[in-house]
Design a protein around this ligand. Structure first.
Ligand code: ADP
Length: 399
């Protein structure tokens, strides 16, 4: 059976086609500038890549263009639309109700709609993608896979803020966490690699990409995570500040007379690696400048790694004991110096990195701790699309 995984954004639609249960990615296609001037499609299938302009004044047309391109791409990627038995949709926010992936029903659609206040930039286009696919592929089962769902197992002590309780009761102001699909995928894979049953596995997973988050996993369930009510909290990221003193919002507004919307923009788009370095949100550039001895790049790198290290320590305290620390995403998978600096000085807590194994592990699964390290350190490349396909296939087979 073929499963189509869709990530629908406000002006883009990304699709990956999988053969299941073989877990084989057959084709990938992206439609950009939906509803704008000159929309375009790019396709990778059967070892070839190509791009061209397309018609996409809305998401339904974008999906038609994507499916048409997949059918055209030749080989055995997609011969007819009937081959697509199910569609898995990435949905950012499932609010407090969604604790796992779910077949799309009117009720699930209502949850996605109601959670739009919590993710106004993401949930509405996610829903548009679901509607487009339901219309274009009416015989296929539609499944929603939520970025927040894995973190639904967090206890109140982890998800409540120290704010008036009414704000939680009346406005659902609390920590939700994101990147759940990635944390769950790498946690499951780490448990397999360690030979520990997932429901008895304790892990600290570190998703370090453009967005960054840490997760404490106890017995295969998320018990804490660094992103909060929004993806701004926690680690230092590409352009987001992560944890700061919330009073800064007031001070920046009052003392510097920055409007609330501009402060929000500053914290989300002009902070993190970008803001600290004054140059780039790309860790590769920060690394290159730091290696050349640029003091600001060096400080940027140190702030980034120090914050990761602090969260490792905090989550060891949360878990009491952990089988492994797991690095994933663009930086976590590809940047040995960041992993080294993040684990520096944690030997007495049981984390002993093997320098050579760490240096050699770039873009692939690897055990990078010393033999006999009480806590293993792993690199596990994330694959959120595959995780969505796996959940979608599982639900399509459920009685
Ligand atoms: P996203 O969160 O957008 O999915 P990715 O997981 O692709 O992002 O991660 C992007 C980040 O990974 C960027 O900061 C990029 O610099 C970093 N990255 C990718 N490759 C390397 C590398 N070889 N060394 C250091 N950083 C890298």
């Amino acid at each position: 059976m073929k499963v189509l995984v869709i990530n629908s954004g406000s002006s883009s639609l990304k699709c990956t086609l999988f053969r299941m249960p073989e877990r084989e990615a057959l084709a990938h296609c992206v439609v950009e500038r939906i509803g704008e001037d000159e929309p375009a499609i790019s396709v990778e299938a059967n070892g070839a890549t190509w791009a061209r302009p397309c018609t996409a004044s809305n998401h339904e047309q974008a999906l038609d263009a994507a499916l048409g391109a997949l059918l055209e791409s030749g080989g055995d990627a997609l011969r007819s639309l009937e081959e697509i038995g199910a569609v898995g949709h990435r949905v950012v926010h499932g609010g407090e109700r969604m604790s796992g992936s779910a077949v799309v029903t009117q009720e699930v659609e209502a949850v996605i709609r109601d959670s739009s206040v919590l993710a106004p930039l993401h949930n509405p286009p996610n829903l548009v993608g679901i509607r487009a696919a339901s219309h274009t592929l009416p015989a296929a089962l539609q499944v929603a896979v939520f970025d927040t769902a894995f973190h639904r197992s967090m206890p109140p002590a982890a998800y409540l803020y120290g704010l008036p309780y009414e704000l939680y009761e009346q406005r659902r102001i609390r920590k939700y966490g994101f990147h759940g699909t990635s944390h769950e995928y790498v946690a499951e894979r780490a448990a397999e690699l360690l030979g520990v049953p997932f429901d008895r596995c304790n892990l600290i997973t570190l998703h370090l990409g453009n967005g960054c988050s840490a997760c404490a996993v106890r017995d295969g369930r998320s018990v804490d995570t660094s992103m909060g009510m929004t993806p701004l909290e926690g680690l230092v990221m590409g352009t987001r500040c992560g944890d700061i003193d919330p009073a800064l919002f007031f001070l920046l507004g009052n003392e510097l007379e920055i409007a609330p919307g501009d402060i929000y923009d500053l914290l989300n788009r002009r902070s993190g690696l970008q803001g600290l370095s004054g140059k780039s949100n790309d860790m590769r550039e920060i690394m290159a400048d730091a290696e050349r001895g640029d003091p600001r790049a060096r400080a940027t790198l140190e702030v980034f790694c120090y914050r990761v290290r602090k969260y490792i320590g905090a989550y060891l305290a949360v878990l009491g004991a952990a089988h492994a620390v797991v690095f994933t995403a663009g930086i976590g998978e590809n940047c040995p110096p960041v992993r080294r600096m993040a684990c520096e000085g944690l030997e007495s807590l049981g984390i002993r990195l093997d320098e050579d194994k760490n240096e050699a592990a770039v873009g692939r699964e690897a055990l990078i701790s010393e033999d006999g390290s009480p806590i293993a350190v792993l690199v596990v490349p994330t694959d959120e699309e595959l995780k969505i396909a796996v959940d979608t296939y599982r639900l399509s087979r459920a009685p």
